[in-house]
Design a protein around this ligand. Sequence first.
Ligand code: NDP
Length: 325
Amino acid sequence: DQKSKKLGVALVGLGRYSTNELAVALQATQSCYLAGVVSGTPEKRDFWADQYNLKPENIYDYDNFDRIADNKDIDIVYVVLPNSMHAEFVIRAAQAGKHVICEKPLGISSAECLQMINACKKHGVKLSVGYRLHFDPYHQYLMQLSDKVQYLEASNGYTLKDHSEWRMDKSLAGGGALMNIGIYCLQSACYVTGKTPISVTAQATKTRPDLFKDIEETLSFQLQFDRGVSTNFVTSHQLPMNRLMAISEGREYTLSPAFSYRGIGKKYAFEQYKELSQQAAQMDDFATVIRKNKVSSVSGEMGLRDLRIIEAIYEAADARKPISI
Ligand code: NDP
């Protein structure tokens, strides 16, 4: 049977991203399939079991999740929970001997990321972050510009309307727009230049201080590299923005939208590529990483690097001065 050759994935947390994107992408993968789910909501467990024809023994809740260690059908645990829950479930998955994909941000602090990486090393499992844009052809094109990039700017924001959701709760989200979507801007800064920034400056602003109390709403930041490349980034939970622009050898490369699941560069693009499922490509790549015993190009170490950059950005915004990374 074809499924026996594919790696079984268990999605942990059946929210919007699991439901609307990952479950769909899992139907389009070459090397993976949806083998199980982990959910705290009984109705969802029933619905998913029925919808995806899952074996009853492959359905878990958050308490009995550790029993997944005995489940031969599950090769990969994919953590799709609110950010502050990532560390616990990545570590429990590693202890159960399962390879792990964790959604972005890897954790809510660099200390947490380090613990997650160490747990995966200790238990001999692979760890990767759900950085889907690494598998998008437009972003892959920009990666080739590398040390020829002279200027880079990106903006990623939307108007967060449901103020009761976990993204507004610092204890679950770890931060505001930067943790959620600004991470795509700093990701692009690293993969387009092929470098890690050495210092950062940042400025926080609020257009709706009544709504955004203990977490940032809009944050501008500039990353400095060890060579002459100027950068400027903005992220927001209030202002709709979705654009990436690089200047390389005097030529402009703009993607708008830049960070969406679909339709990248629809409004403005330098190339025309066929639409693909970023998430399917991402999961197939992880299957190859496991089978060939390679290090993921979107590794836990990359997730850690990004949390270090995020921590420096918050520090720079607070201190109103440049912070070294
Ligand atoms: P949702 O709020 O839609 O879903 C989160 C799910 O987590 C819930 O449905 C619930 O599932 C479970 N959960 C367990 N405890 C809690 C809690 N205390 N509060 C809320 N939910 C809880 O979030 P998203 O699906 O949008 O995001 C989940 C993760 O995926 C985040 O880390 C986010 O950053 C990431 N993400 C990544 C994207 C990407 O493009 N790579 C896009 C969107 C999100 P259940 O009922 O099954 O227990």
